[in-house]
Design a protein. Structure first.
Lengths: 372, 354
């Protein structure tokens, strides 16, 4: 398993010019980039940040909401990653959690007249609680049966919960106005990006904490983890609740993009899309799943734009699920680590580590190698 | 304790409790809630037999290859769409003219569809599932979900998001007497509930399929398949090709899926992209788990029981006038049955393992 930079053990280590901190033979030495290395990395990261922050200015104003949608999908991907990447549990009904968050936010905003921030907190809470309930069942069943339960739950939520008129106003939809401080499309996009950033940092804190390591240990082998004194039940529930809460927040943000929530938005197809963007992005890798989420959020628009611009381009937005499904199957068969596996070196370099890995073997495999 | 010394009521405790609860519930439903159980049975068996057909394929594939096949539904929708294409002579802009349709053409189209379903399933197995043989069962499930999405989105691109008319093998109900205009005056009915031909046909097809499978498991290839399911390594040592056994299982499951697709579209007399996945797959999963996921008899029993339960839930919500309060009674019933089975008896009614 990946142990963080056990530097100075093999002989190649001394060849790197950036590795001149302290005694090169000291096995406890942690590798740091050189000054030039820091400058290069900060420059690339800065360029990337500038690109994200100026993104609304690059696209037509009518498509700013697509960017907000991309940010929300990135957050959903992070939420899926907690379950699928860290704990190795599959959720084929994640649209239900997002939907619960969205309708909770809509309900809080419209029926209870709460301020937006409170509505978001309410959505996080309901997402977490619904995940806690489903997680309680998940503790009794595992593997394939758990996958079945999440599928059935997704369908149940879509057909039953989201159609109870008293709570969701049925087919007409539940209004979910934006917060006063971010009512414009641009401002709302920045709010979404900020929220993703917060979730990213929290996720990073989780994976680098003892709890995060415990969760990943029980993914690799439940019995071994238990024998090391890890509370398997508790940490599985924790992962479910964290994932559900993030999905709830994503739902609240999703609701206010179009300022209305309708039940048909949270169908089974969306759950499948969430699974495939996470797997194609690369299970266990934060930058990977976020890339996957953004990719599948903007793909329909990209296809449609290309279709309108070039007469020879045959693929419309209708082709998105087909392309996604093909990518999913190809990813599972040929590149189990997804986009994160392709960009492995780049991601490592950008996280202030060496461009080339010191350990060999698959860095990102499905259900393995979490938390880069 | 020795098996024979265990008292009767302890060995069959769970089934006894289930049967008792069911009987009490049915008596309650008939006498207190005033639900017409005959109508529940007629509707429930029709849809339940389709659940059973899909569940049979799921159980067969799971038994032979330990893969839960999420594409089982779409392996039925694609052949059903093929039947549609044949019946409209390849012109997908028109509807099937059900009045002038000849049954022999429908039968021929169905036969072609069954072959196509089997070939499609074998292709899915060889191209996708066998390449993931070393991966976890959950990864295989996700991959077959990808295949299902692939098929349903291809249908959506080719046939658009609209429902089209789909024929039944025989329209109407069995008729004992007709008046001068040919209108049926005495259809087959129990207690005032008319039994459509389609219910009889679906149940008959299920019975034939189950009987054929039962016979198949007594032939040498069937026994080889069972042996592979139990212990692939030992089976291989005895000269059984594990790969061809999995091909056999997938091919049979594909044929079952195609039959299920044609009959399932007949239940609604309409077909739309993703039909089998959205309406029959999740109940079929539940039915397979209810019956015991590796048990063929269990899949049949589970499907029929779940069909009756779903029909009951529908009548209950209608009779109590709860339609606006409780949407989607079939989904509620399916989800509750799945949870109940997994929490109380994960190995199902007739299964030997969880």
């Amino acid at each position: 398993m990946a142990i963080d930079t056990p530097a100075g053990i093999d002989s190649e280590e001394g060849m790197d010019l950036g590795a001149q901190h302290g005694d090169p033979d000291d096995p406890r030495r942690i590798w740091r980039p050189s000054t030039a290395g820091y400058v290069g990395r900060f420059f690339v990261l800065g360029l990337f940040a500038a690109f994200v922050l100026t993104a609304p200015f690059w696209v037509p104003d009518t498509q700013t909401n697509i960017l907000s949608r991309a940010a929300v999908f990135a957050m959903v991907a992070l939420s899926m990653n907690v379950l699928m990447g860290y704990t190795g549990q599959v959720s084929l009904g994640h649209a239900a959690f997002v939907g619960v968050g969205a309708f909770s936010a809509g309900f809080a905003l419209t029926e209870a007249q709460m301020p937006w921030m409170f509505a978001a907190v309410f959505a996080i809470a309901t997402g977490g609680v619904s995940a806690l309930i489903l997680g309680g069942i998940a503790l009794r069943v595992r593997g394939l049966y758990l996958a079945l339960v999440t599928i059935a739950y997704g369908l149940f939520a879509q057909e039953v919960i989201f159609n109870i008129r008293a709570v969701t106003r049925g087919g007409a939809g539940m209004p979910a106005p934006r917060p006063a401080f971010a009512s414009g499309d641009y401002a709302y996009f920045y709010l979404c990006v900020a929220a993703v950033l917060v979730v990213w940092v929290l996720d990073w804190l989780l994976t680098s904490s003892k709890a995060g390591r415990a969760i990943q240990a029980l993914r690799d082998d439940e019995r071994v983890a238990a024998s090391w004194g890890i509370n398997v039940t508790g940490f599985k529930l924790l992962a479910f609740v964290v994932s559900g809460s993030i999905a709830g927040l994503a739902g609240a943000l999703f609701a206010s993009i179009e300022t209305i929530v309708v039940s048909i938005s949270f169908g089974f197809g969306l759950s499948l899309l969430f699974v495939l963007m996470t797997v194609v992005g690369g299970l266990g890798s934060r930058p990977g799943v976020v890339t996957g989420g953004v990719l599948f959020a903007v793909l329909p628009t990209l296809l449609e734009t290309a279709h309108n611009a070039w007469s020879w381009w045959p693929f419309t937005a209708l082709w998105e699920p087909l392309i996604g499904a093909l990518l999913l199957i190809l990813t599972l068969i040929f590149f189990p680590g997804g986009i994160a596996q392709q960009n492995e070196h780049l991601y490592r370099w950008l996280s202030f580590k060496k461009f080339h890995a010191e350990e060999h073997g698959p860095v990102a495999n499905p259900g393995g190698g979490g938390g880069h | 304790m020795d098996e024979s010394t265990v008292p009767f009521y302890e060995r069959y405790r769970t089934p006894l409790i289930v049967v008792t609860v069911a009987v009490v519930f049915i008596l309650f439903a008939v006498f207190v809630l005033d639900i017409n159980m005959i109508s529940v049975l007629v509707n429930g068996l029709q849809v339940g037999a389709v659940y059973s057909l899909v569940a049979l394929g799921l159980a067969l594939v799971y038994k032979a290859t330990r893969v839960l096949n999420f594409a089982q539904g779409e392996l039925g929708t694609v052949p059903a769409f093929l039947v549609f294409l044949i019946l409209v002579n390849g012109d997908r802009s028109v509807e099937i003219d059900i009045g002038t349709l000849s049954t022999s053409k429908l039968l021929l189209a169905t036969l072609i569809a069954i072959v196509v379903g089997a070939v499609l399933a074998v292709l899915v197995n060889v191209l996708v599932v066998q390449r993931l043989a070393d991966a976890s069962p959950v990864t295989s499930l996700v991959a077959t979900a990808g295949v299902a999405l692939l098929f349903s989105s291809a249908e959506l691109i080719f046939f658009e998001a609209k429902a089209r008319k789909f024929p039944r093998f025989v329209e109407g109900s069995p008729c004992f007497a007709r008046d001068a205009e040919g209108f049926c005056t005495s259809p087959l009915a129990f207690g005032g509930v008319v039994v459509p031909w389609h219910t009889i046909i679906v149940i008959a097809v299920l019975a034939v399929a189950a009987a054929l499978l039962a016979v198949f498991f007594r032939t040498p290839p069937g026994v080889a398949l069972l042996a592979t399911a139990q212990e692939p390594f030992a089976a291989e040592l005895h000269g059984i090709s594990v790969r061809s056994m999995s091909t056999l299982a997938w091919g049979t499951a594909g044929a079952l899926a195609a039959i299920g697709g044609v009959l399932g579209a007949g239940v609604f007399e309409a077909i739309s992209p993703g039909l089998m996945t959205t309406t029959f797959l999740i109940p079929a999963f539940t039915a397979a788990v209810l019956g015991g996921i590796t048990s063929m008899v269990g899949a049949v029993v589970g499907g029929l029981l779940l069909g009756i339960t779903v029909a009951f839930a529908n009548s209950f919500v209608l009779a109590q006038n709860l339609t606006s309060v409780l949407p989607g009674p079939p989904q509620i019933a399916t989800f509750l049955v799945l949870l109940l089975v997994l929490l109380v008896r994960p190995r199902g009614l007739l299964g030997k393992e969880a």
